[in-house]
Design a protein around this ligand. Structure first.
Ligand code: HMG
Ligand code: MG
Length: 294
């Protein structure tokens, strides 16, 4: 049976806006986050405390979090410098983000696959000591634009290592959207066999090849209950070629509504928010559900 209730982890303000060509001002970002919360999204990842030269779109992270004044909103943190910035603001939820491949660890973190752990370990230790909750992302779980298909045992090994640093959840990222439904089930099953069950996992799909919703359904079928999605399908990763938008939250919500699965999100307010954001960005939302309902 499918789960009766799921949690949507909204990443549009972070994964979406980190990849936009146009600069979104901090007031608009704050309003975006507030509108997402008002639409009933239980978790709204707000920004990243990364190097401002690497992701200039999110250079206003501290200003945004001060404006929002909500320590429960999760933020990305790659290292101790990022953690210090989050601690100064009294934030309580961070996410580290590792790579399952050597090449992407290099491009995204300026570290080798092994070196990334040396960067994350003291970050997570100190975050946990400060009472923070830590989520871990693992990127390139299905394919990598430079290395091709990524072996399942490699993903499980990196993912477990990241989780075991002290994370409460591991989000499996299909950064470039090449995954398909059978592969999704195989990967989740392999994590289960390695001792990391569906209660500790989330899935994070990008829709580059139009597979994100099918992949989400496959994940539902094997018991996943946390789904990352991005309002209006905003998104990508500036350091991964061809990583287009995330699974659109509206597309996910439409499917969940049809399945009678509880999620707490008001679809009309969410669509209105994505339409408003699309106007600010000067381009239409790629989400089919937003297009149909707008
Ligand atoms: P680095 O250049 O190796 O950093 O970058 P470093 O440790 O050598 O430090 C160099 C200088 O940067 C130092 O300053 C540090 O203080 C400063 P200096 O002493 O020279 O004056 N610095 C910082 N400043 C502010 N905030 C910081 C910070 N860290 C160092 N946090 C680093 C290494 C990890 C920082 C860099 O590579 C980086 O910022 N990468 C982030 C890339 C990124 O944000 N990518 C997108 C998110 S991942 C994603 O989207 C995938 C996901 O959605 C899942 C999926 O789809 O698969 C999560
Ligand atoms: Mg992503």
């Amino acid at each position: 049976a499918l789960p009766a209730k799921v949690t949507i982890w909204e990443v549009g303000a972070r994964d979406g806006l980190q990849n936009e060509k146009s600069v979104v001002d901090v007031q608009t970002k704050a309003e975006f986050v507030r509108r997402l919360l008002a639409a009933g999204l239980p978790i709204v990842e707000a920004t990243s405390f990364v190097h401002p030269k690497w992701v200039p779109q999110l250079a206003d992270a501290a200003e945004l979090m001060t404006m929002l004044d909500n320590p429960d909103l999760p933020v990305l943190v790659p290292n101790e410098r990022g953690l210090d910035r989050a601690l100064e603001l009294g934030l309580k939820h961070i996410a580290i983000f590792g790579s399952a491949t050597e090449t992407f660890a290099n491009k995204n973190l300026n570290r080798s696959l092994d070196e990334q752990f040396a960067m994350f370990e003291p970050t997570v230790v100190r975050a946990r000591e400060a009472g923070m909750d830590v989520r871990a992302y693992v990127s390139m779980c299905f394919g990598d634009p430079w290395e091709g298909a990524v072996p399942i045992d490699q993903v499980v090994s990196v993912g477990k290592r990241l989780f075991d640093l002290g994370a409460s959840q591991l989000s499996l990222g299909d950064t470039i959207g090449v995954g398909t439904a059978g592969h999704v089930k195989q990967l989740i099953t392999a994590f289960g066999e390695a001792g990391l069950g569906t209660d500790a996992l989330a899935v994070h799909f990008h829709d580059t090849y139009g597979q994100a919703l099918a992949n989400a359904y496959a994940a539902l079928e094997v018991g996943i209950t946390t789904f990352d999605a991005s309002a209006g399908g905003l998104g990508g990763c500036p350091y991964a070629e061809s990583a287009t938008g995330n699974l659109a939250t509206e597309d996910l919500v439409w499917m969940l509504n049809g399945l009678g699965i509880e999620h707490g999100v008001d679809l009309d307010s969410l669509v209105a928010t994505s339409v408003w954001m699309a106007e600010k960005l000067g381009r239409e939302s790629p989400s089919r559900v937003v297009t149909a309902l707008a």
